[in-house]
Design a protein around this ligand. Structure first.
Ligand SMILES: [Zn+2]
Ligand SMILES: [Zn+2]
Length: 365
């Protein structure tokens, strides 16, 4: 008898998810069949749900997740950090599988740029085996070559699931932004990305960590995640904001500004905040057609480095898990996840995040 598993299948924007069952795939010698414990709804999933990004359909979405090894291939003995693994172990995996062979992987050592990458929950539909390519499902099949790490017992599912896209991506952002000790950092947006950015900047030795958001409710956790200043930009004009940031940075402006709002209108204002020679890095508005009008005179004469970035390297997941283990008592990472929904109630989970009733909705299979 063929064993099967259930999944929520996305068939197109404005259509309800479809509950379908698929045969569990044969596990290759270096593959892993994982029972998903917890997944969470990322901004990318929401963009797809709204039709702003178009993956192949039908597809099982979901890339922020963790789970338990159900069946491991005969040649899988160790995780990507050389720790012995067995069936029943809790693991987190990189949702981006780089090829390890292309110019980006080999010459540039920039696996986030891999030209042949495979992204779980985004790249492969579910109309052919191994079907289980996304995390909004009871199972996910990890292809040979996927980076994965065994989880420490004291890292709760709730802390790991949302970290495995949002936090990992932010680790990559700070890597690319080359944050130095004592720098002043401004973070636009106080959602999960902004909160992770604040705690990472704090732990990386930033001097001031200044968080901005237009909603008072989102700013409530800023200090507990490491910010020492926060401003509600919904109740102040741009001139006041620029003045405030200058006052807090010795009259210079921020060394680094991180845009984590997903709102294109935040960018022209954000570009007024770096000091002469400062950096501005944007990651939020990840949907087709996102555009903003920027003041090139300001950009050029203030010699601002404008950096766009997306994705992450597999090693960022290792760093993110180490960061969580070390700092889980210091920052309330468990607050990122709001309510937990059953996989059957996926529509309600999407709706809750879309209505901004919670930062991350978690889904348990
Ligand atoms: Zn994501
Ligand atoms: Zn590659």
């Amino acid at each position: 008898m063929t064993l099967t598993g259930n999944a929520q299948v996305f068939v197109g924007a404005n259509h309800p998810f479809e509950w379908r069952s698929f045969p569990l795939p044969d596990v290759e010698r270096k593959g892993l069949l994982v029972k998903v414990s917890l997944s969470s709804v990322c901004g990318t999933d929401l963009h797809i749900w709204h039709g702003k990004r178009t993956p192949p359909i039908p597809i099982i979405l979901g890339h922020e997740a963790m789970g338990v090894i159900e069946k491991k291939g005969s040649e899988v003995e160790y995780d990507s950090a050389a720790r012995k693994v067995k069936e029943g172990d809790r693991i987190a995996w990189s949702y981006i599988k780089a090829c390890g062979e292309c110019y980006y992987c080999v010459i540039l050592n920039d696996t986030a740029g891999c030209q042949n990458r495979f992204v779980y929950g985004l790249f492969a539909g579910c109309d052919a085996a191994p079907y289980f390519n996304g995390a909004f499902s009871e199972y996910i099949y990890l292809r040979p070559g996927t980076t994965f790490f065994k989880l420490a017992d004291d890292l709760q599912d709730e802390i790991v699931a949302p970290a495995n896209c949002a936090l990992v991506t932010m680790v990559n952002v700070l890597d690319r932004a080359k944050l130095r000790l004592g720098e002043n950092v401004v973070i636009q947006g106080c959602g999960p990305l902004g909160l992770y950015a604040a705690s990472l900047a704090r732990e990386s030795g930033a001097s001031n960590v200044i968080v901005l958001d237009a909603a008072e409710s989102r700013l409530q956790y800023a200090e507990s995640f490491g910010a020492n200043y926060k401003f509600n930009v919904g109740s102040m004009n741009e001139e006041e904001l620029v003045k405030k940031i200058k006052e807090l940075t010795g009259g210079l402006g921020a060394d680094l500004v991180i845009e984590a709002t997903g709102v294109t209108s935040a960018i022209p204002t954000g570009l007024k905040l770096p000091r002469d020679g400062g950096r501005y890095i944007t990651i939020g508005p990840i949907f087709q057609g996102a555009s903003a009008e920027i003041d090139l005179f300001n950009l050029i004469f203030k010699r601002i480095s404008l950096i766009g970035t997306a994705r992450n390297d597999a090693r960022n997941l290792f760093d993110a898990l180490a960061f969580l283990s070390k700092n889980k008592g210091k920052y309330p990472f468990q607050k990122i996840v709001g309510e937990k929904f059953k996989l059957q109630d996926i529509e309600a989970a999407f709706k809750a995040v879309d209505d901004r009733r919670m930062m991350r909705a978690a889904i348990s299979a």
